[in-house]
Design a protein around this ligand. Sequence first.
Ligand code: NAD
Ligand code: ZN
Length: 386
Amino acid sequence: MTLLPSIEHSIQIPYQLRVLFTENAFAPDNSLLLDLLDPQGVGFRSKVAFYLDEGVAQASPGLVEQIESYCQKHKDALDLRGISLLPAGEAIKNTSSYLRKIYEEIEDWKICRHSYVIAIGGGALLDAVGFAAATAHRGIRHIRFPTTTLGQGDAGVGVKNGVNYLGKKNFVGTFAPPFAVVNDFAFLKTLPEKHLRNGFIEAIKVALVRDAAFFDWIEINADSLIRSEAQAVQELVHRSAQLHVQHIATSGDPFELGSARPLDFGHWAAHKLEQLSDFRLSHGEAVAIGIALDTLYSLKKGFLDHPSASRILFLIRRLGFATYAKEIEQKSANDENAVIAGLEEFREHLGGMLTITLLTGIGSRIEVHEMDTDIILESIGELPRG
Ligand SMILES: NC(=O)c1ccc[n+]([C@@H]2O[C@H](COP(=O)([O-])OP(=O)(O)OC[C@H]3O[C@@H](n4cnc5c(N)ncnc54)[C@H](O)[C@@H]3O)[C@@H](O)[C@H]2O)c1
Ligand SMILES: [Zn+2]
């Protein structure tokens, strides 16, 4: 029997990752959104559906009306199909009925693959709406408007989305680059201090694994950041977004096919802590503890020098983060430390071999494939408390 030759073609899909910066995107004369949807100005009318974080809507009374009147004023370019409010925070990622609601609205509003789903909110809302948009009709263009520092500098500018399922963070999700990300700094004015701070820790994280000069900048500007000074916060967000996007675009593994995940430095423990605390600990608070733990571990393994470790722990605490939470000592059913048991879940989440990023200095890293339980426990014991 003659075997027929196999057929093989490579398919290349160029993606453009763009993060635009503005203030008051829905002020009547702000043309950013219009330019984005119709860059040649040919007069194309786009269907748009808005998804709004209830927390953001509450903090900015009149936002819904502002979007409606913006769309009305620019009705030749924007065909507003609907504005939907969704619950704030992790709740939206934990409950599948919200996904159903989004899919039903996409259907009712006749949102197609040439329309736009525009999500405005914290990282959790962006993750859930991004997932619905990426899967409805096998992928509708979506535009993210992150409204938190964490979203504008990290969660909102990446290519991932997802919801929590089977008790696991981001168990269901896709890699789907957004059509665009719009960082509107006006939203940060209403962000509670606790959430404002969360973006600082992801900035420290990306500085630690990629950019020593940025770490120095955060140290120098710590007082301005603590005082929530707009200029410092905006510069931190801009630099953090730039480093995150640069990493995704140039690391050679945008869709995380390998197991190394430097942007997840400090996250193996953090994901478990969020879950063990029933999300009492926010993502940022958990990451602060995770970074402190992996810093001490890097020190104890001899990768990192003492002065660098002290600088890192000091900066985390100076920016107002705790470096300890009781959940880090919680025991699992078989009397193991529950966070350490989470290493296996992290391996599953990465796929393949366990790969943990550790520090060899501020701005430089190493990947390891095993973690020493006794040294993790010693590091937990030495986490600064109080
Ligand atoms: N997709 C990714 O690559 C990625 C990366 C990092 C984190 N994440 C996810 O992001 C989520 C955390 O996101 P987050 O820190 O933005 O928090 P969040 O989405 O949980 O929002 C926090 C709270 O702040 C409120 N809020 C948001 N913006 C506001 C504003 N401008 N004014 C007043 N209140 C406002 C929200 O209503 C909510 O109550 C987690 O689910 C995490 O897993 C995703
Ligand atoms: Zn994170």
